[in-house]
Design a protein around this ligand. Sequence first.
Ligand code: SAH
Length: 415
Amino acid sequence: MTPSQKGAKNTQVETSLQGAVDSPTPVASPRALVSPKGARRWASGHPWIYRSDVVKRPDVHAGAVLVENAAGAPLGWALWSPRSEISLRLLDRSPNAQIDARWWRARLEGAIARRGALKDVASAFRLVHGEADGCPSLVCDRYDRWLVVQLLSAGIERFRREIVESLLALVQPEGILARNDVPVRAKEGLARETVLLAGDVPREIEVIEYGLRYLAAPWDGQKTGAFLDQRENRALAGAIARGRALDCFSYHGSFALHLARQAASVTALDASAPALARARENAARNAIRNIEFIEADAFEWLRAAERRRERFDTIVLDPPAFAKTRDALSSALRGYKEINLRAMRLLAPGGMLFTASCSYHLTKALFLEVLEAAAADSGRRIALREMRGQPLDHPEVLTIPETGYIKGALLEALD
Ligand code: SAH
């Protein structure tokens, strides 16, 4: 971070704190004028307008602004982020909308209602998936009786109070934690912090997913405390599991727990000892005793297992995002190919592999190409049984590619 960004960070925090006490809609409505290219993005279903397409910048702090096209016709309301490359994020196409407490409550209520069906299968799921739910740069995950939110832009920070009050009214949680410690906040000139916004939130929360219990770590776990986005894929892996199973990149063992219900034995592998310690606790919590935990580098271990001619009936590969940036894509592709190739070779005849990638930069088409290339080198006849994506609480909106990042495939070794 540059010194000037650091300075701006403090200013921005003051602004957002002010936002918590001031009225949300400024008296004279501030306007942004956008170029035809900027207007076209909204017309095609994408909510972002970049700095370079803002012809006239509103002379106000972050918050809600009215957006007009070059001819002065109103296009709707947006969140305004003065420091960000993403300057405007669409909130409402109606120029008559009032972005106030009632507006936020109605918007959040809609998002929460879409998740109604999940209550029957899990006590932890996403309530708000940012742009996909029309709540740009806002994430809200439910962990049993508590909520964890992420306010990821200066514009959304301005509405912190309205959002917190709406969530308290709609969900009645015992506490709301902001996991605002993510790097993207720096680009908005915002502080990186983990803070309580309401009530209290425990360090660990037991959640239930398809009858299995595991601990989420809202204060310091990955993401907002657990990988909620793979819930349905874990259930799938559990349903097809049998014989000898392997869960690579196991983290807190969530795939391994599902595999262990039907498989005879499970090997859960991860490079992180603390992650495996938690995985062991999660297994004990479910009285599961058929999981062996191995601390190892997955690349090395898979290679060695292939040399030992080991065989598995069920394998799960759920690695971290190898391509965190577009520049990292080519080396990431090699990584994905390598682990998939090894896993394919380790499959027993008739064995099943569930393989995933959560790299946004690896498209669905590229993911399939990687799997085809790995299958070609594996010397095995590998069938694609099913392509998988994101669960209903992480909707992937077709016109907003950024809302989708998880790709999964269920493969079968036919020989
Ligand atoms: N499958 C998990 C999420 C996996 S997160 C779930 O559904 O909850 C990715 C995990 O990969 C992390 O726990 C990290 O410690 C582990 N990891 C990263 N690089 C690794 C490597 N080279 N070998 C083994 N594990 C690795």
